[in-house]
Ligand binder design. Structure first.
Ligand code: GLY
Ligand code: MN
Ligand code: MN
Length: 397
């Protein structure tokens, strides 16, 4: 609660006495009929309140005499609470969530004109998102916990995997480990793609049988106490990399390790991307998948059919977290306490022309979550098996 209070204070200082912040909770969303999706609070709302109920509105009105932090939320309702469980109500909003004042949600419209009187319109989304981009010690600790749970999930998937399982069976192993450890939901739909599906970047169908000889790409991360982890590991369904799979895997791994080396204050995600592009392009030349010289192939972006995304993204309350990627038209310099993913990949689908068949349907992505420190970086997910020998040995165990 003290950290939410600190964040509110900081944002109120920034918006000043003429400003006001008004933020709505996430809506409840029906999945079908009268069945709702599991409720998930809006990340900005949660960041400033820790309040998880729907039908809520947060108002921050700096220097308002009657109170600066106002919560409009659901009233307590005996009948509804019999079905859906307890609600904080207005007393709880004040006592447990430290609101200065709390009112029923239904009173918001009537109170709005008075709240707005003398205040100016401004968009503080950017400001709020810049705050979210730099993580506190407490946030890093929760993110490490999310990664640690995801670590056991990926290990479990590797140990369970064998030919003729369905992709969803691996997904189930992953979900079991998440939930068993208190992470009720994944931070995004788990991607479990074997064989040709490993080349579909956000494949979430997960219904194919996994064949002996295929690679399986598992991009799965839990959400723990609202914070995302986002990890990809790729491994052979039968536990042993083939020659071609090994060659592509080693190449992606080399590019990922080199990219992680670039992560430090004053560097940028673009530096990571440049290193990845260079190593992947050179590697594809060495394997005779691309023909030509390095510089002109990079200029022509000849790697794009194989590597068509960026090096990674900010990570936090949202998996693709908030915060600008460019400032003054240039890739943003990294700063201590940003967290980002580093996730190069090579995807050789069956329909890239001129590629020998033996490379087809090899899709490899390796993704880690990286915390920028004062002096360099710390890979939060460093313990998750990643080298070929570590993967083969855990799969054999
Ligand atoms: N799992 C989505 C991503 O890696 O960005
Ligand atoms: Mn990612
Ligand atoms: Mn991912």
């Amino acid at each position: 609660m003290s950290e939410y209070g600190y964040r509110r204070k900081k944002i109120m200082q920034a918006i000043g006495e003429k400003g006001i912040l008004i933020l709505s909770s996430a809506p409840e969303v029906y999945r079908n009929g009268d069945a709702l999706y599991p409720y998930r609070q809006n990340s900005d709302f949660y960041y400033l309140t820790g309040f998880e109920e729907p039908e809520s509105i947060l108002v921050l009105a700096p220097s308002r005499k009657e109170g600066e932090f106002i919560l409009f939320n659901r009233v307590q309702d005996k009948d509804k609470e019999i079905w859906d469980g307890p609600r904080a109500g207005q007393a709880g909003a004040i006592k447990s969530f430290h609101a200065d004042q709390a009112f029923p949600f239904s009173e918001f419209s009537a109170m709005l004109p008075a709240l707005l009187a003398g205040r100016e319109a401004m968009d503080i989304t950017l400001l709020l998102h810049e705050m979210r981009l730099l993580k506190s010690e407490a946030e890093i600790a929760v993110m490490q916990k999310a990664v640690d749970i995801t670590d056991s999930a990926h290990r479990r998937a590797m140990q369970t995997c064998k030919p003729n399982l369905y992709e969803y069976e691996l997904e189930a192993e992953i979900m079991y480990e998440f939930q068993r450890q208190g992470a009720r939901y994944p931070a995004y739909a788990s991607i479990v793609g074997a064989g040709r599906n490993s080349c579909i970047l956000h494949y979430v169908n997960n219904q194919q049988k996994m064949a002996d000889g295929d690679l399986v790409l598992v991009d799965a991360g839990c959400e723990y106490q609202y914070y995302a982890s986002d990890i990809t590991r790729t491994f052979p369904v039968n536990g042993k990399f083939s020659g071609e799979q090994r060659a592509i895997y080693e190449l992606v791994l080399a590019s990922q390790l080199a990219a992680i080396q670039t992560i430090k204050p004053q560097s940028s995600w673009q530096a990571a991307q440049d290193v990845i592009v260079k190593i992947i392009t050179q590697g594809l030349i060495d394997l005779r998948i691309l023909k030509g010289d390095l510089t002109s192939l990079i200029e022509k972006q000849a790697y794009l059919p194989f590597y068509m995304h960026k090096s990674g993204h900010w990570l936090g309350l949202d998996v693709h977290d908030v915060g600008l990627y460019h400032v003054n038209g240039k890739p943003r310099p990294l700063e201590a306490n940003m967290v980002l993913t580093v996730e190069p990949g090579i995807y050789i689908s069956g329909d890239i022309e001129g590629v020998d068949k033996r490379w087809h349907h090899i899709g490899v992505r390796i993704e880690d979550d990286v915390w920028v420190t004062d002096t360099g970086c710390k890979v939060l997910s460093a313990n998750i098996p990643k080298t070929i020998s570590d993967i083969e040995s855990i799969m054999a165990s």
